[in-house]
Design a protein. Structure first.
Length: 253
């Protein structure tokens, strides 16, 4: 973040709306076009996700799934339309409330120069050693951390250079879990796991997300055990939306 961006965040937070809970998520006629692109990546998306719902997002590469996740997390701003939590424009919400309430795992994992511990806690207050260890176990990170000198105090190079894709993903998963968020936004969270690790992750995270809202992008069928609704995207639009078993039956038909 450069100095200008920091000033923008500070100004926004001075006038921001505070929310202890984010509530339901709504996309109201949302369009998104990447800077310099000729066509929209998302096209007039209208979608409501109730608080506590668990929703799987399916679709081919380039269908707009990851862009939808970045809009839901506040990392992108829509070109047109509104993204709202509990009826409030996400751009009007305080950044600290978004950070506290949302646990994010994106495909392009962002790690910074610092310890594994710092990359997980992200400076959030109130995270205990027990929270850290539990997140490490749930994410599978403890298998890697237990074999390296320094453990959670291991210093990482910028962007996590030298770590495998699976190790970076485990850190991102631990980061998304450790502060006990009310909303999970997960983009292919098990893509670097083998079948056994994925099975263990699904079993262990189920009680963690029980009272949370979750959006998960995946192409792996076992992960759909965690959801009760599936949305299918194609060419920047929603083409199917319904109960999990009903949509799976349609896709397999």
């Amino acid at each position: 973040m450069d100095e200008t961006e920091g000033d923008d965040v500070a100004v926004k937070n001075e006038t921001a709306i505070r929310r202890d809970k984010l509530g339901g998520l709504t996309f109201n006629s949302v369009t998104y076009r990447y800077p310099g692109a000729d066509i929209d990546t998302l096209k007039d998306i209208s979608l409501s996700i109730e608080e506590g719902e668990k929703v799987g997002i399916l679709g081919r590469n380039g269908s707009g799934k990851s862009t939808l996740m970045k809009l839901a997390s506040g990392l992108f701003k829509c070109t047109d339309g509104l993204v709202l939590y509990d009826g409030v424009d996400i751009n009007q919400l305080h950044t600290n409330d978004l950070s506290k309430s949302i646990g994010i795992v994106l495909q392009d994992v962002q790690l910074f120069s610092g310890s594994v511990r710092e990359n997980i806690t992200m400076g959030r207050a109130g995270i205990t050693e027990e929270d850290l260890l539990e997140a490490g176990k749930l994410s599978g990170l403890d298998e890697f951390i237990g074999r390296v000198p320094g453990g959670y105090d291991l210093k990482l190079a910028d962007r996590g250079k030298g770590l495998s894709g699976g190790q970076r993903q485990s850190i991102a998963l631990a980061r998304s879990i450790v502060h006990k968020p009310t909303h999970f936004i997960l983009d292919e969270p098990t893509s670097a796991m083998d079948m056994s690790s994925e099975t263990g992750f699904i079993e262990q995270i189920n009680p963690i997300i029980a009272n949370s809202t979750m959006l998960v992008v995946t192409h792996r069928m076992p992960l759909l055990k965690l959801v009760d609704r599936i949305i299918v995207m194609s060419d920047g639009k929603i083409i199917e939306d319904g109960p999990r078993d009903e949509i799976i039956k349609k896709l397999n038909g």
